[in-house]
Design a binder for this molecule. Structure first.
Ligand code: PLP
Length: 415
């Protein structure tokens, strides 16, 4: 690398030489391909707190937000913010250390204990993200003698975590119990079998058939792992998640989830389950061993969010009616909404450009939604994913449905 031409402070530096020039040409061509395919993902800049009403940088105020994972509206809850400030003042900005060297404070231990209690499990371990929790579990737990059976539509972080481990890998068709059973039969020859599934699938808003999965796991002597990022805090009578919703809390062995969505929305992830497993992860899990501790303010947010949820199930329950309102009104308007009873409400459109153009037009009407297309979802299955939050009012939801109806008619998605 050489200094930029002017050498002034802040001037970007660029690499020189044939290899750098070749790389630049390749990157530009790849970026052009993405633009050409209509799948370019641009980032809108928010100039306010996360919440149902946003201000965008550059002026747009009073924007109705329907695309955050802020399911319970806790990201800007005053008590959550106060808890973060208190933790920041008392415990500092951060630990400058991994957990096992000098990065464990009393608040980390308290939060782990609280997470385990919330999920009614023996112990829990914190990570910087659920992506890390998923990256760290399979390699630590499974050897070449074992097998992992994974739903084909599992989150990218589960797929990557499984790639890192040396177990025998089986991929079953999405939520297809016949296929899972066939794969479990094939996998009988291995020492240990682990079925891995998202509890709720974030692109389709559908919920894994956990009861059936657990029955098959019992029949074929397998363990069950669920990723509860889109379930923790609000699915089930007390917001414990998919296992509570489907009555299998005592059948699921391992739960990974995030602190970066319903539980305050700051950041962080965890694994909760049997104590020896958590002990092993503290010894072997690479994203835990080789990455910084969660910052105290982040720990404070999540800890307060869990307190609020354990005090009362009112917050967890408050969003079911809102979800139902949006889903039924959109269906009546003529849209196809994928999934069932989940606040992730994908408005299925098929065409990638249609999804992108409609999402832009929705924003021009003050509604912030995002189009998803290949490679995030399969080709030909582009959609606009709407996410309902407990803090949306009925009027917010009705305004969103009205805008969708107008925009859908304008662009030919509705007759
Ligand atoms: N698993 C699922 C199903 C997710 O949706 C996400 C986030 O998008 C993650 C894992 C990663 O969570 P985090 O943001 O905590 O890394």
């Amino acid at each position: 690398l050489r200094r930029g031409a002017s050498g002034a402070a802040g001037t970007p530096r660029s690499a020189s030489g044939a290899a750098a020039a070749q790389l630049q040409r390749r990157l530009e061509s790849e970026l052009q391909d993405i633009r050409g395919a209509g799948t370019w993902k641009s980032e809108r800049v928010i100039a306010s707190r996360q919440g149902p009403h946003l201000r965008l940088a550059g002026g747009g105020a009073g924007i109705l937000n329907f695309c955050a994972n802020n399911y319970l509206g806790l990201s800007s809850h005053p008590e959550v913010i106060r808890a973060a400030v208190e933790a920041l003042e008392k415990f500092g900005a951060g630990l400058s250390s991994v957990r096992f060297i000098c990065g464990t404070q009393s608040i980390h231990k308290d939060l782990e204990e609280k997470i385990a209690r919330f999920h009614q499990r023996e112990d829990a371990i914190l990570y910087a993200s659920c992506f890390d929790a998923n990256a760290g579990i399979f390699e630590a737990l499974l050897t070449p003698e074992d097998a992992v059976l994974s739903d084909e539509l599992n989150h990218a972080s589960i797929i990557d975590g499984i790639r890192l481990c040396k177990a025998n890998k089986y991929r079953y068709k999405h939520m297809d119990m016949q296929d899972l059973e066939a794969k479990l039969q094939e996998a009988q020859k291995h020492r240990l079998r682990l079925v891995a599934t998202d509890g709720a699938f974030s692109m389709d808003g559908d919920i894994a058939p956990l009861k059936e999965i657990c029955q098959l796991a019992q029949k074929y002597d397998a363990l069950v792992f669920i990723d509860e990022c889109h379930a923790t805090g609000f699915l089930g009578p007390n917001g414990r998640g998919t296992d509570e919703l489907l009555g299998v809390m005592d059948k699921v062995t391992i739960i990974n989830s995030t602190l970066g969505k319903a539980l305050g929305g700051a950041a962080g992830g965890y694994t909760t389950g049997p104590k020896p497993l958590i002990d092993l992860l503290r010894q072997r899990s690479r994203p835990y061993l080789f990455s910084n501790s969660l910052p105290p303010a982040v720990v404070g947010c999540a800890s307060k969010a869990l307190d609020l949820l354990m005090e009362s199930n009112a917050i967890a329950q408050s969003m079911a009616a809102k979800t139902q309102r949006f889903r039924s009104k959109m269906t009546a308007a003529g849209f196809t909404i994928s999934g069932k009873d989940h606040p992730i409400c994908p408005v299925m459109l098929g065409d990638a450009r249609l999804a992108a153009v409609m999402a832009d037009d929705m924003l021009s009407r003050g509604i912030y939604v995002i189009g998803f297309s290949y490679p995030v979802v399969p080709k030909g299955k582009a959609r606009i994913r709407v996410q309902i939050s407990a803090v949306h009012s009925d009027e917010d939801i009705d305004r969103c449905v009205e805008a969708f109806t107008e925009v859908g008619r304008k662009h030919g998605a509705l007759p």
